[in-house]
Design a protein around this ligand. Structure first.
Ligand SMILES: C[S@@+](CC[C@H](N)C(=O)[O-])C[C@H]1O[C@@H](n2cnc3c(N)ncnc32)[C@H](O)[C@@H]1O
Length: 326
């Protein structure tokens, strides 16, 4: 079971649930009062958001999952050989469904302990149960929490090699300075002599990039709008989801896809007694997905204190998987 207890139906909320709700309420109040309005993208991932994300990964337009999985299948034997075969602990940041992790665990039999960290308790619980079944000897220790606080996690890994795994290009959700701080914190968590296998999405033609974030079936739109539904459910907000629409922008200079929720009319929304006025066309900025060149990403790793060792990509150079060593 995940290490932080979650609210079960019919029970009193635990202190950590109350902390989480207070943090969500504070971040929403600050984000909706700021200009431009923003909401942290980690709040996408309640149980419904995690389900919708898994649907996104199966969309024909969403190339990152299928391409990164293909790269991993090809590169994992070489990665495994380079580890030397001793016992190791695997820490995954933002593990979600842990589907790619199964490939890694199968390729690296020396991994004796797996610590997946994710804000989504439901995704973690499902993944932990599946992995415990497939790898009965593996010590699985899920942590419900924010991986930006990962330095607080004790690995109890004396005598074990430390491998970090950060697939999905989740690193792209962070601005460059934040990304350097995060990668540096992961190095501290994995020290001494950690290793980080990390996926980074590459710059590419907008004809491929934009549909990946604005699919024909509207699943990414539903994922984006679910954030407002979550605010309504958990904080008693009164967002009318029919009065906001999913909007994608590409910022060429910053090399990033932005996701917004755009108000389609003049309206006032109330959350926890606080009113927020929206004019037609006002947006809430909900996610950034930075895209990199291979050299840019290796330079980012170096700035965080990592030594980029190897990088693998696909035939069309859509995505990259990097092996960083401490
Ligand atoms: C883009 S998905 C990637 C999922 C999976 N790693 C993959 O490659 O398919 C991001 C995952 O990170 C989790 N996540 C996002 N921000 C987080 C944070 N600050 N702390 C912990 N988990 C986070 C989400 O719940 C989600 O499972």
């Amino acid at each position: 079971m995940p290490s932080r207890s979650r609210l079960a139906a019919g029970t009193a909320p635990s202190p950590s649930d109350l902390d989480a709700e207070a943090g969500f309420a504070r971040d929403v109040a600050e984000g909706l009062a700021s200009h431009p309005r923003t909401l942290p993208c980690r709040y996408f991932y309640d149980a419904r958001g995690s389900e919708l994300f898994e649907e996104i990964t199966r969309l024909p337009e969403y190339y990152p999952t299928v391409v990164e999985t293909g790269i991993l299948r090809a590169c994992l034997p070489e990665f495994a050989r380079s580890l030397g075969g001793g016992p190791a602990v695997l820490v995954e940041f933002g593990s979600g469904s842990s589907l790619k992790t199964e490939l890694l665990l199968a390729a690296v039999p020396g991994i004796v302990r797996y610590i997946p960290i994710d804000v989504s308790a439901s995704a973690l619980a499902a993944a932990a149960a599946r992995l415990a079944h497939r790898f009965p000897a593996l010590d699985v220790r899920p942590v419900v929490g924010d991986f930006t606080q990962a330095t607080a996690i004790s690995l109890h890994a004396e005598g074990l090699a430390r491998i970090g795994f950060f697939p999905g290009s989740t690193i792209g959700n962070f601005a460059p300075d934040e990304a350097i701080g995060l990668l540096s914190a992961f190095r501290t968590t994995l020290s001494p002599k950690g290793r980080l296998l990390i996926g980074a999405d590459l710059k590419k033609d907008l004809s491929v990039l934009v549909p990946a974030y604005d699919d024909a079936a509207g699943v990414t739109a539903a994922f984006n709008l679910n954030l407002l539904a979550r605010i309504n459910r958990e904080l008693g907000g009164n967002f009318d989801l029919t009065r906001f629409r999913h909007l994608i922008r590409y910022d060429e200079k910053k090399g990033r896809v932005e996701m917004h929720l755009e108000s389609t009319c003049d309206q006032v929304v109330t959350v926890r007694g606080q009113s927020y006025r929206f004019r037609t066309g006002d947006t809430i900025h909900t996610e950034n997905s930075h895209k990199f060149s291979i050299d840019e990403f290796r330079a980012l790793g170096r700035k965080a204190g990592w030594q980029p060792r190897h990088v693998w990509t696909d035939e069309r150079a859509l995505f990259s998987v990097h092996d960083f060593v401490d």
